[in-house]
Design a binder for this molecule. Structure first.
Ligand code: NAD
Length: 484
């Protein structure tokens, strides 16, 4: 028995409330058993949340405050998460499947966003523009007002923290639509906002189905800006709704990100990149290293090393893995696991070789063995479509230009990597890779401070770093005609 609170409510206008669309069962993907129920919002709940946020915005409660004070409150939310880390991590593992130690990392990452953007609140400064003796002119950055944020299930705490921290730091009131597969831990962000002293209505967190509550939020005329993290088809639906209301949106979508491994790469070090790049969170990472494009002279060695990394990982219930180690949890649902297995089977039909993994272990739960596919070619489905699971595809190249062409050959462009001892080659690749972020000799190099977002169908706008702040504010110019 999971021993989790049985029923969780939505948080609207400072109150914990039931949902107009009844409730949804939340399953532990490691067992398939229901661990809790969560209130499910309907369009009327969404409307109440947006109205509450609008009221806070219009009242000036967030905008009149000195930014450094607002920033302190944002930082306090991060501290709240850290103070409750053990409790939140347990719930996160039970609803999402990741090992307990990975949940701790996620919560620490979420807290870092509140620390970072809390710090940035007082740095959103305008400029003065010289117009000659008769004028005084300056710009100010004002929050849009009501920021709607729609979040996926893979990092529910961290993804919500990423947008909420920047949204609040810049003075927006926020309405969050939490993911229906993993809604429980989002409740702690509401508790954090309450504990930090944000007024009722400044932060609203509601769980609802995508096509109901999600669509109602994206299309609500009271919303002034939308941040969406999730899949491409949903991104298209949301940006269409945003266009109809003429509001800006940030789209953080999927990826099929590639690492180019040259003949002079350090393959000992690269084993670590395989470990984290494709098997962290069971590969359910938008910026996962799902393709490796290796020089043909090192291909066999790399495939062998990738297989040994995959085989070194044990697979089991995340709740049994409290300590950092060589283990992987369940995927988020049977549906996601089955989809990944079907893609592996189709890849084999198309001529790829299954080197290791590809099977579900003989136990209940949404588990999939860490998988390596070799002999993948650029035209195969597995080389173009996101699996969103622990599946590495290995392709090969002969010439540098060919490697770049293969890397750039999908519709996506979230991140990319190049592994080489040659700095000229690395910088050349960085210039030519069509991706929002390029890693050289370390996958996932960077942090909350570095801007993140996509080229192509991976989306537009940036989260993280100072760049993200400008998505949450609009510029106002003030010009004064002086008498003297
Ligand atoms: P999804 O698009 O199915 O769902 C994401 C969110 O959108 C959920 O909260 C869902 O309820 C909501 N939603 C669904 N339909 C909607 C609609 N019509 N209107 C409004 N909201 C709707 O994605 P997912 O399966 O939850 O997440 C996996 C995807 O997210 C992957 O493609 C992954 O790459 C991407 N992702 C991207 C990033 C990033 O930062 N770029 C981060 C994490 C995940």
């Amino acid at each position: 028995m999971a021993n989790v609170k049985r029923y969780w409510k939505n948080y609207i206008d400072g109150a914990w409330v039931d949902g107009g669309a009844a409730w949804i069962g939340v399953l532990d993907p490691a067992t398939g058993e229901q661990i809790a129920e969560h209130a499910l919002a309907d369009a009327a709940d969404v409307d109440r949340a947006v109205q509450a946020a609008r009221r806070v915005h219009v009242s000036g409660a967030l905008t009149a405050m000195r930014p450094i004070e607002r920033g302190r409150m944002v930082q306090a939310m991060g501290r709240y998460l850290l103070e409750h880390k053990g409790e939140i991590a347990r719930v996160l593992t039970l609803e999402q499947g990741k090992p307990l130690w990975e949940s701790h990392i996620e919560i620490e990452g979420a807290a870092l966003y509140f620390e970072y953007y809390g710090n940035q609140a007082s740095t959103v400064e305008g400029r003065s523009i010289p117009l000659g003796a008769g004028y005084m002119d300056w710009t100010e950055y004002e929050p849009f007002g009501v920021s709607a944020q729609i979040v996926p299930w893979n990092y529910p705490v961290e993804m919500t923290a990423r947008s909420l921290s920047a949204g609040l730091a810049t003075g927006n009131a926020c309405v969050i639509k939490s993911p229906e597969l993993t809604p429980l831990t989002n409740g702690y962000l509401a508790m954090a906002a309450e504990a930090a002293g944000f007024p009722a209505g400044a932060v609203n967190i509601i769980c609802g189905l995508g096509h109901e509550a999600g669509a109602a939020l994206a299309g609500h005329s009271g919303v002034n800006q939308i941040v969406f993290t999730g899949s491409v088809p949903t991104g298209v639906a949301i940006s269409t709704a945003a266009a109809q209301n003429v509001v800006p949106c940030v789209l953080e979508l999927g990826g099929k990100s590639a690492a180019i491994v040259h003949e002079d790469a350090d393959l000992d070090a690269f084993e670590n990149d395989i470990r984290w790049g494709i098997y962290f969170n069971a590969g359910q990472v938008c910026s996962a290293m799902s393709r490796v494009i290796v020089h043909e002279s090192r291909r066999d060695e790399l495939v062998e090393r990738a297989a040994s990394v995959a085989k070194s990982l044990s697979v089991g219930p995340g709740i049994e893995s409290p300590d950092f180690g060589a283990n992987m949890g369940a995927m988020v649902s049977d549906g996601q696991r089955d989809r990944a297995m079907e893609m592996i089977a189709r890849a084999q039909d198309e001529g790829a070789t299954l080197v290791t993994g590809g099977r579900r272990p003989n136990r209940p739960g949404a588990f999939l063995e860490p998988t390596v596919l070799s002999d993948v070619t650029p035209n195969m489905e597995i080389a173009n479509q996101e699996v969103f699971g622990p599946v590495l595809s290995v392709l090969s190249f002969q010439e540098e230009a060919q490697a770049i062409e293969i890397a750039n050959g999908t519709e996506y462009g979230l991140v990319a990597g190049v592994f080489t001892a040659d700095l000229d080659r690395a910088t050349r690749a960085a210039r030519h890779l069509r991706a929002g972020q390029v890693f050289v000799n370390e996958w996932y190099a960077g942090g909350v401070e570095t801007p993140f977002g996509g080229y192509g169908k991976s989306g537009y706008g940036r989260e993280k770093g100072r760049e993200a702040l400008w998505n949450y504010v609009q510029t106002k110019n003030i010009a004064i005609r002086l008498k003297g």
